[in-house]
Design a protein around this ligand. Structure first.
Ligand code: Q9C
Ligand code: ZN
Length: 349
């Protein structure tokens, strides 16, 4: 498979995230992607490429200009407050909830960090913007390689990148995500001529950013399989009664499952998701490929085994659609390589 991998990913290297009242080492680390690259190279059947420049016109159809401006300038603003900040990551210290005003954008930097983020687990640092932008370029290039498939291009391609993207919305970051690579891939497929695209999110966590971006649109069907938000992050979105709104009514499907879910039950949800995608008439598929459903994942509780990822790949291939894989979460770093490679091997079998 064609794999567009992010050569700048390690510029994003969080030091600490807030977890249960303490600052702890970040789960989302550069070695995650290195282990995947290592395994894909070892299997010798993939074509690894770096992306070109990101086409920001596509990114601007997903994210707002004020938010992109904030991400572009955040690090230099942070260091300008105090040169000693260069040794520290940016984390939010305020959350403007409910009765706060949404029509003011304070000039104060901490206020704007709070405005544009939704958790205390997503440190932003000097290389975050460059890494995220290069990740968007991977998503766009992978999508374009697949979009050409009617004229002799590819059946499938993968954007292999970090930081992940599916928790990022049009104007907010969180859940380790800054730019929504899966949404950007979907938009690139539409821009290249697809009339309807499906985004199937198999990450352990609900793809709240992707859902919110497309919630009122009928041209992108969003489907997410995930841990029940009543107990699992991101808690405040991802319930089964969220089915889309306005022009997008009926174009969102959430399939939450309880902690402890193993592959037999998970696969039934996958089959239901693929039936909905088939009914919806999608012309292309984006798979938001989180690997934190793995039994060894340190922050999640599903029970998928490495062999199950082969079956997942086979089922995704059976959908018969041009497919763009975009990597999302997954924190059992050492096993990630085998699990990602197994999805692709099952898909290509
Ligand atoms: N602080 C993705 O998988 N925090 N994001 C969990 C540790 C948030 C996961 C508890 C988990 C976000 C892309
Ligand atoms: Zn996740």
């Amino acid at each position: 498979m064609l794999i567009i991998h992010n050569p700048l990913h390690s510029l994003h290297r969080g030091r600490q995230e807030m977890f249960r009242g303490r600052l702890v080492p970040c789960h989302e680390q550069p070695d995650r992607l290195e282990f995947i690259l290592e395994e894909l190279r070892a299997r010798r059947q993939h074509e690894l490429q770096a992306p070109g420049e990101a086409d920001m016109a596509v990114v601007r159809r997903i994210h707002t200009t004020p938010y992109l401006d904030f991400l572009t300038n955040a690090w230099s603003e942070w260091v300008a407050l105090d040169p000693a900040n260069a040794e520290l990551d940016v984390l939010p210290s305020i959350a403007p909830v409910r009765s706060f005003r949404t029509d003011v954008l304070p000039t104060n930097f901490a206020a704007r960090v709070g405005r544009y983020s939704f958790d205390t687990g997503s440190p932003l640092m000097a290389g975050t913007w460059a890494a995220a932008q290069s990740g968007a370029a991977c998503a766009i290039d992978a999508a374009r390689a697949v979009a050409r498939s009617s004229s002799g291009g590819r059946r499938a391609a993968m954007a292999l990148t970090r930081p992940p993207g599916h928790h990022a919305g049009a104007d907010f970051y969180g859940g380790y995500c800054f730019l929504n690579n899966s949404a950007i891939a979907a938009q690139a497929l539409l821009d290249a001529g697809a009339k309807r695209v499906a985004v199937l999110d198999v990450d352990y966590h609900h793809g709240n950013g992707t859902q919110s971006i497309f919630y009122e649109r009928a041209d992108v069907l969003t489907v997410s399989l995930h841990g029940d938000p009543m107990t699992e992050y991101p808690f405040y979105l991802g319930y089964a009664d969220e089915t889309g709104a306005g022009a997008g009514a009926g174009w969102n499907l959430n399939l939450p499952m309880p902690g402890g879910t193993a592959f037999a039950v998970w696969k039934e949800a996958l089959d239901a998701a693929l039936r909905r995608i088939s009914e919806g008439g999608a012309e292309a598929l984006v798979v938001a490929l989180g690997l934190d459903t793995f039994e060894g994942d340190p922050i999640s509780s599903f029970k998928l085994t490495s062999a199950d990822y082969l079956r997942m790949g086979e089922a995704l291939a059976a959908a018969g659609l041009p497919t763009v894989f975009v990597t999302e979460g997954g924190y059992a770093a050492r096993e990630l390589g085998v699990n990602v490679a197994n999805v692709l091997e099952g898909f290509e079998a």
